[in-house]
Design a protein around this ligand. Sequence first.
Ligand code: 3H9
Length: 711
Amino acid sequence: MTELVSLTKQGDVAVITVNNPPVNALSPGVPEGIGAAIQAIRKDDSVRGAVLIGGGRTFIAGADIKEFAKITSGQRERGIELLPLLDEIEGCPKPVVAAIHGTAFGGGLEVAMACHYRVAAPSAQVGQPEVKLGIIPGAGGTQRLPRLAGVQKAVEMCAEGSPVRAEEALRCGIVDRIIEGDLLAGAILFLRDALDRGERPPRTRDKNEKLGDPETNAPVFAAAREAARKKFRGMMAPLAAIDAVEAATGLPFEEGCRREAELFRQCLFSEQSKALIHLFFGEREVAKIPDIPKDTPVLEVRKAAVVGAGTMGAGIAMVYCNAGIPVVLKEADAAALERGLAAIRKNYASSVKRGRFTGEFVAQRLELIRPTLGYDGFSEVDIVVEAVFEGMELKKQVFAELDRVCKPAAILSSNTSSLDIDAIASATSRPERVIGHHFFAPPNVMRLLEIVRGKASAGEVVASSLALARRLGKVGVVVGNCRGFVGNRMYAQYQREAQFLVEEGASVTEVDAALYNFGMAMGPLATGDLSGLDVGWRIRKEFKHLEPEGVRRPLVADRLCEMGRFGQKTGAGWYRYDESRRPVPDPEVERIIEETARAAGIERRALDAGEIVERTIFALVNEGAHILQERIALRAVDIDVFYVNGYGSPAYRGGPMWYADTVGLGKVCDRVRDFERRHGAHWTPAPLLLRLAEAGKTFADFDAQIRAARE
Ligand code: 3H9
């Protein structure tokens, strides 16, 4: 065999083991190795059947995703052709059992479904997650899965990409038995039972009983399409996956596979797939910090504390509880503490109602919260998250107290979204243990954690923060210390342009609709209303003395705040809100905008959606380029991962920096220059953007250089 696939024998049973760490992907050599093993088994009269198993921590986790870029860039001539291998396995006259542990994902599940039987460890998971990469199963997954699991389940798994656990896989017919204890021994026993029964190795392709009929299938496909259009707005792969499963119900197996292959290719060569694959690797790359070695020791977090039980503090406490970490929740007065606890209980109750958590799970989580008005229990915690009101003096006071009450090794983190982390750290005797942990609202939902590295933050504290982020189910992105860090610093430019656009003549709904249609989860003005316009107002007032003179500033948001229109929480902001918090366009706001623009001498005109998108998204990109140049973000992909996970940027566009690459930095730069001529110095192109555009390069090239330097 190859080094990647070994063939051994246990009596009359052959064992094919895939050894391609870390996840046994089907990299070049693996399919060939499995194919050669099957041929050897066919010829070997002493072998009656085989078990296919993964070495190390998992079964095959899918095709090698790195190969896709080689195919689409032309670097690799042929696609990944797994179908002949799967025919080979399925056509083998001796039964082959797939023994699954870890994850049988994508091509891994497709290989398993071509085997005659599947057994699984209780902790195993199976899935067709291809849509998350903007593609669909491309090796018969959409044809074999409905034959095993039925149409409804197959549509769900292929269109949504979520895995199912072994128990459910057994229930719906994807696996035949769950093996407690030694998986290989159990798989061999299972195989011997099958051999003793003397049955012909069953081929999944022949199992047509679960394929249903057009009448019962039609509403299943219609409902799946409707759900996919809502849940995966703008994405093509989920709809293509549904088409492919539908083909399984209407076409003979081989023709269905051909249809699947066509759809797979269309998806693979789309910009969406390239963007999503960029994010897949990006999410893993953000945890690699050039000056922090992989083996840096990390602090084990057994207990945590949160200071402040407001919206953010309460949400952060829930994040810790959900990860099973006991948390002390401190507030200054009893009423505020009770409000925070009530918010947590209400939030959990609605999760139970929606079926996300069981009542038992929630009861256990609530047990983990220990409310307090003082600092009792703080001496035992490994980490504190400060989430008090956003003001430097208060934060310094809290950190000085934490320094006094917490053990020396404890990490002291701040949830500040914009304040100087070094200034906060200066209030302690241990600035090396201080770091920013900026969560995004609502903390128990949003995946992003902005990890702000102060000038003194120790490598161990950064590494521990990244490990903790993963444990909390977050994606941690490490950024440097500057005003607003990466998130709010870039977002401020985006918001600024959105507001300038309304002053210049676009309506509130036009601005929001243009960006919603671009794929943002919400328009910028509706987002402002959701997070509260008063937050930015307060920050603008705090930093007013730092604003350079003579620079144009948005005017309307301050006027809305002066009128008490803080957004959803006051029932009015950029929109008015009805009792169900639905936004209603408000003529009063349009009147205020017109009045303000007239008073400021701003000429108003019609603006189209294209210009709205360019003005807002290129503002993000230009600021992103400044941030990269200043090394506040390590790589462009860090910014992309950041914006997709924290700011509702559409994943299928790959994040703002990747999107700029797809537009072409030359074109982006020309538009930025044009905006500079028309709107002033805040549009001056970032030197890095200019440099890359002039050299015909991309942000991806910039990242490649950083990667090369690291390696
Ligand atoms: C497919 O199969 C298409 C088919 O229909 C056939 C078409 C013809 N390839 O996530 P981790 C790397 S599409 C290459 O940190 P975990 C990953 O980058 C594929 N590399 O570990 C990382 O590298 P590094 C369908 C891969 O334990 C390292 O492995 N399958 C692949 O938290 C560890 O990864 C999927 O979409 C891959 N397939 O989670 C599964 N997978 O250390 C994608 C991982 O250098 N993978 N790597 O940063 C996953 O969901 C998770 O990695 C998994 C393990 C759950 C398996």
